[in-house]
Design a protein around this ligand. Structure first.
Ligand code: MN
Length: 194
C-alpha cells in the first residue's frame, strides 16, 4: 500500500443526477483525502508506514484505526458504485440473493432497513460469511475487514454521503443506491476473489 488515495473509477459527474459532482468534490476530495492525510501524519516514522493498509487496520485502534478504516471503506464504496448501476442482478449473485434473502426485492428492503437502523454514522455491507451472504451494518469507521467475512459491497451512511443530494433523506439515498448505483460487476469480482 502506497498510502495514496486511488483515483475514482469514473468521472466525478458520471453518476449525476443520482450522485452529484458536488458530492464528489466534498466526499472524495475533502473527506476521503482528509482521512488519508490524517492517517499519514499519524503513522509517519512508525512501523505502520511499512505495512499494507489492511494490515494497519487489523492491527490498530484509536485514531490510526479510525482513519485507516475510513480510507479503506471509502475506496471500497467508490468501487461499489457505477453509472447506470443497481437493480436486480443476474447470474450467480442473483441466485445467491434468492437463496439467502428470498430475492432482490427482499434483499433491497433488508439492505435499506439496515442503513435506516444504523443510528448515527456508519456503513452497510453485503458480505460472504462462510458460504452465506449477510447484510451487516457497522458504526463509525468499523469495517468487516477485521472479520473473516469476504467484503462484497458497501454503502456509506454517514450524513456527508447524502446531505448535498438528499439532505436528511437517508432512505431516498439508500433507495437510489440500490436502484441506480450498485456495481454488480464489483460484487461479482469480490465473490470470485481468493
Ligand atoms: Mn464517507
Amino acid at each position: 500500500m502506497d498510502f495514496e488515495v486511488a483515483p475514482l473509477p469514473y468521472a466525478k459527474d458520471a453518476l449525476e443526477p443520482v450522485m452529484s459532482r458536488e458530492t464528489f468534490d466534498f466526499h472524495y476530495e475533502k473527506h476521503h483525502k482528509a482521512y488519508m492525510a490524517k492517517l499519514k501524519s499519524l503513522i509517519e516514522g512508525k512501523l505502520e508506514a511499512n505495512k499494507t493498509l489492511a494490515e494497519v487496520i487489523r492491527a490498530s485502534s484509536g485514531g490510526i484505526f479510525n482513519n485507516a478504516a475510513q480510507v479503506y471503506n471509502h475506496s471500497f464504496f467508490w468501487q461499489s458504485l457505477r453509472p447506470g448501476g443497481g437493480g436486480a442482478p443476474s447470474g450467480e449473485i442473483g441466485d445467491l440473493l434468492t437463496r439467502d434473502f428470498g430475492g432482490w426485492e427482499k434483499f433491497r428492503q433488508a439492505f435499506i432497513n439496515a442503513g435506516m437502523g444504523r443510528f448515527g454514522s456508519g456503513w452497510v455491507w453485503l458480505v460472504l460469511d462462510g458460504s452465506n451472504l449477510k447484510i451487516l451494518d457497522t458504526p463509525n469507521a468499523e469495517t468487516p475487514l477485521t472479520t473473516s467475512a469476504k467484503l462484497l459491497l458497501t454503502a456509506d451512511v454517514w450524513e456527508h454521503a447524502y446531505y448535498i443530494d438528499y439532505r436528511n433523506a437517508r432512505q431516498a439515498f439508500l433507495e437510489a443506491f440500490c436502484d441506480k448505483l450498485i456495481n454488480w460487476d464489483f460484487v461479482k469480482s469480490n465473490l470470485g476473489s481468493q
